[in-house]
Design a protein around this ligand. Structure first.
Ligand code: PHE
Length: 447
């Protein structure tokens, strides 16, 4: 039997969950998704989704994890003995690999930018030159693959040394620092000439700009950003103590995560409009905008270095939680040793990441629905795997799971009031499944 240890403090447990949630999803993906889908209206849908689906699904994962103190498969077998619900675990594992596949490529880009920042190359250029800089990075297979591999080595080294806890401790200093730096960048962006246009774009909900595809993107973005739908938080909460308030923890994770995403938007869009850049630049958006922000700030060299370093750590705490999904599964369900499990997980991740890294250069003519391999992974991960995973989790806890388990976990065995419970049940039974099913039916043309 593998030994399971608990988080020493409530803060430790929350820091780990926030560490998983806050990452490239907030800083890199949220601004470009908002930019592609018209800004304000997207953000409104996003926030509604966090309240009606995000927090309830986080709570559901917490309930499954803490009531069983097990990984997803063992948990589903304990909660529903003799039933086939545990098969969902395999979808979670495939989903976690798909996220890792494209995510680690972006982590590689972050390391390249950290390197460029250290060399002092992120200053004295025009926006167009920054755009070319990004293009030359992604079109070079060696650089793209090289940085991705370096990131993967670091990620799995941390995991094989068992120093995730150390990283989490480092992150609990880095995260508040990242938060602080984002606020400083926001103030700086708000002082730029023409900043108000960016703010209007970000917060004025112009629904004529929002399509049903945009709504699906907002749902997928919320799930990816909160790390829900692929059992990541089940694994983490299986280590939670019995006296922490799940409602409080789930809300804290969601609020902090959303705040970081919105701050990233406030940092990026005033600058986009002030420098006359394109809000719809897609995945390259922050890599084109950030250098222009750094170079007009006093001490830009240091800011750039610090920023990419903090984003690097935020990404690492996310990928650690992602890789932990298959690793815990292999150790606990297939009785593998930890090094063995890590080696398998690393191998699979490497193969997927290789395809993603090559999809901007060597494999760029492989396209499906106009998307290259990287885009397909990104789309499939959030808009299909995590969303369907969220649907399963909501329906399972809302309809299938014994209400006594839910009540017990929400009230810590009667010690808390559990006032959120009726709202939770309503969202899990109706609001979340109906919205997710509706959007899928609409987009597949069935309704
Ligand atoms: N939530 C992370 C981010 O926003 C990504 C992630 C997804 C991490 C799923 C773990 C599990 O960057």
């Amino acid at each position: 039997m593998t030994k399971r240890v608990g988080f020493a403090t409530r803060i430790g447990a929350i820091a780990a969950a926030v560490g998983s949630a806050v990452g490239l999803g907030n800083i890199w993906r949220f601004p470009y998704e908002a930019g592609n889908n018209g800004g304000g209206a997207f953000i409104l849908v996003y926030i509604c989704c966090i309240i009606v689906m995000g927090i309830p699904v986080i709570l559901s994962e917490f309930i499954i994890g803490r009531s069983t103190h097990s990984n997803m498969k063992a948990a589903l077998l304990k909660l529903s003995p003799g039933k086939k619900y545990y098969l969902f675990t395999y979808i979670c594992i495939i989903g976690s690999f798909v996220v890792m596949g494209f995510y680690s490529v972006v982590c590689g880009w972050i390391i390249e930018y950290l390197y460029q920042a250290a060399l002092g190359h992120l200053s004295n250029h025009t926006p167009e030159e920054y755009s070319n800089m990004f293009t030359s990075l992604v079109s070079n297979p060696w650089r793209c693959v090289g940085w991705t591999v370096l990131f993967l080595i670091l990620n799995f080294l941390v995991m094989s040394r068992g120093i995730e806890k150390g990283i989490e401790r480092v992150a609990s200093i880095m995260m508040p620092l990242l938060f602080l730096i984002l606020i400083i960048f926001c103030v700086n962006s708000l002082l730029l000439p023409g900043a108000s246009k960016g703010l209007k774009f970000l917060f004025y909900p112009d629904f004529s700009e929002l399509t049903m595809r945009g709504v699906l993107d907002a749902f997928g973005q919320a799930f990816l950003s909160l790390s829900i739908g692929i059992s990541c938080l089940v694994t983490y909460s299986s280590y939670f103590k019995d006296d922490t308030s799940l409602t409080k923890d789930a809300t804290t994770v969601a609020v902090l995560d959303t705040l970081v995403a919105i701050l990233s938007g406030v940092m990026i869009f005033p600058a986009v409009f002030s420098f006359g850049l394109e809000p719809t630049a897609g995945p390259r958006l922050i890599f084109e905008v950030l250098p222009t922000i750094f170079q007009q700030m006093p001490g830009g060299y240091i800011w750039a270095l610090l920023f990419f370093l903090l984003v690097f750590f935020a990404s690492l705490t996310s990928t650690i939680s992602l890789s932990e999904i298959p690793i815990t599964f292999l150790i606990e369900e297939h009785k593998m040793s930890r090094p063995h499990a890590i080696a398998w997980a690393a191998l699979f991740t490497f193969v997927l990441a290789l395809f993603a890294a090559l999809s901007f250069n060597v494999l760029d003519d492989i396209k499906l629905f106009g998307k290259n391999i990287f885009d397909m992974m990104d789309y499939a991960a959030s808009n299909i795997f995590m969303l369907l995973g969220g649907l399963f989790t909501a329906v399972y806890v809302g309809w299938v799971l014994d209400r006594k388990v839910v009540h017990e976990q929400m009230t810590n065995g009667g010690r808390l009031k559990g006032r959120m419970e009726p709202f939770l049940i309503f969202c899990l039974r109706f609001a979340a499944p109906i919205s997710i099913i509706f959007i899928f039916l609409y987009l597949t043309g069935i309704i």
